[in-house]
Design a protein around this ligand. Structure first.
Ligand SMILES: [Zn+2]
Length: 185
């Protein structure tokens, strides 16, 4: 990455043979891949305040990805660079994802009832019943993330998936807040 220039780095990467092959096959793909490429490159930028890491908090048998605060604490407000894009999923594709048990990132809006999948770094945000951040929709497709309180270095950045994502009243939730509550009994 030349002097922290995300734009030129994304251009350099997408000019690699691996990607030019896809440009030729699907010319329209480049316009949607370029922003995603920049988003992921930003993870390596010195000013990026978060990192993708692994966690064993949510599963005894497998590592899961989480988004964690790094370098310095994050204050309340928009977390620069932590973004997502929702993309509509055709019903036929949804059935395929459900058959493969890959539909965990698919959400159905109560307003438009169209299934959509969240792409980008924000898709790695895990749920907590007492979250420190929230997803905020800024356009039909794009989302930003706002910290709702200060987030300490090393702390996982979490959002609220809703009241019944992990069973009725999130009874099966394995988030840190639920673990602490159960440990207190
Ligand atoms: Zn919970």
């Amino acid at each position: 990455m030349r002097r922290g220039n995300i734009f030129s780095a994304a251009t350099d990467i997408l000019d690699l043979d691996t990607f030019t092959m896809y440009h030729e096959l699907i010319p329209s793909a480049l316009s949607s891949v370029r922003p995603r490429c920049r988003e992921y490159l930003f993870l390596h930028h010195p000013t990026c305040l978060f990192a993708l890491e692994t966690t064993t908090l949510y599963s005894m048998s497998s590592l899961e990805i989480c988004v964690r605060c790094r370098h310095r604490a994050i204050g309340p407000g928009e977390i620069h660079g932590l973004v997502g894009s929702s993309v509509a999923v055709p019903r036929s594709d949804l059935e395929m994802l459900q058959a493969l048990e890959l539909d965990f990132s698919v959400a159905v809006s109560q307003r438009v009832s169209t299934p959509s999948i969240l792409l980008g770094i924000a898709r790695f945000l895990n749920h907590d019943c007492n979250p420190n951040a929230q997803l905020v929709r800024v356009t039909r497709q794009s989302w930003i993330v706002k910290a709702t309180r200060s987030i300490a270095v090393g702390e996982e950045i979490t959002v609220d998936y809703g009241n019944h994502y992990f069973g009725i009243d999130n009874h099966e939730c394995a988030c840190a807040s639920c673990s602490h509550t159960r440990a207190a009994y």
